[in-house]
Ligand binder design. Structure first.
Ligand SMILES: Nc1ncnc2c1ncn2[C@@H]1O[C@H](COP(=O)(O)OP(=O)(O)O)[C@@H](O)[C@H]1O
Ligand SMILES: [Mg+2]
Length: 197
């Protein structure tokens, strides 16, 4: 069995390994040392259970995400997706944002709020033109326009910081075809932010 850590953040360690010629990703949640151990275990377990539950709902919404093979107290064993992060291809291919927008519309229609929408958390199968969503550790279910608009606001800020307003508009235009009221609500959030800063 070969094993390689591919990402290690504040919250999780992601490792890739091969077992019987099959490729897997293991996501282990890391304890925060400043929290009390018992409390930490409860928080980790709750987060992990919610991530697994949401991954199943995402599949039911007809949006691609990794298959979960196994999960317990602090880890999820899932399908390895052999695709690049959208962040590394969006510059040359901004139209991938149209497919991404259509799938986020599906998530939001099913009241799934991703909670950490970045282009690193969306892998892209270039051959079949299909996005795959990952990292549902901060996701939740909500029918509120505010929560859906905030989900997009995170993505907007990141796209503008890393790329440009023009690239964001490719996403916005496509999403607005289906859910214009959420895009309208984002203006309110932006005004509020300006007022507070
Ligand atoms: N199922 C997967 N298949 C392929 N790569 C993955 C998979 N899950 C995570 N990764 C890679 O690891 C990175 C970090 O994983 P992620 O779940 O986003 O954890 P975090 O952002 O909390 O560290 C992702 O951006 C992606 O590049
Ligand atoms: Mg991530």
């Amino acid at each position: 069995m070969s094993n390689k850590i591919i990402a290690e953040g504040a919250e999780a360690r992601i490792s890739f390994f091969i077992l019987n010629k099959q490729k897997y990703i293991l996501k282990e949640r890391i304890s925060k040392t400043y929290r009390v151990k018992e409390l930490d275990d409860i928080i980790l377990l709750r987060r992990l259970k919610s991530e697994v539950k949401i991954l199943n709902l995402v599949k039911l919404a007809n949006v691609c995400c990794p298959i979960v093979y196994y999960s317990d107290g602090n880890k999820i064993l899932m399908e390895y997706l052999p695709f690049c992060e959208s962040k590394s291809i969006v510059n040359g291919k901004p139209n991938i944002l149209k497919k991404i927008a259509q799938d986020i519309v599906k998530l939001h229609r099913n009241n799934i709020i991703h909670g950490d929408l970045t282009l690193c958390n969306i892998l892209f199968d270039k051959k079949n033109n299909v996005p795959y969503f990952i990292d549902f550790g901060l996701s939740f279910i909500s029918t509120k326009t505010e929560d859906k608009a905030m989900d997009l606001e995170v993505l907007r800020e990141i796209i503008i910081a890393d790329f440009s307003e023009k690239i964001w508009k490719v996403f916005e235009k496509e999403y607005a075809k289906y859910n214009p009221e959420i895009i309208k609500h984002m203006e309110k959030i932006q005004k509020r932010k300006k007022y507070l800063s």
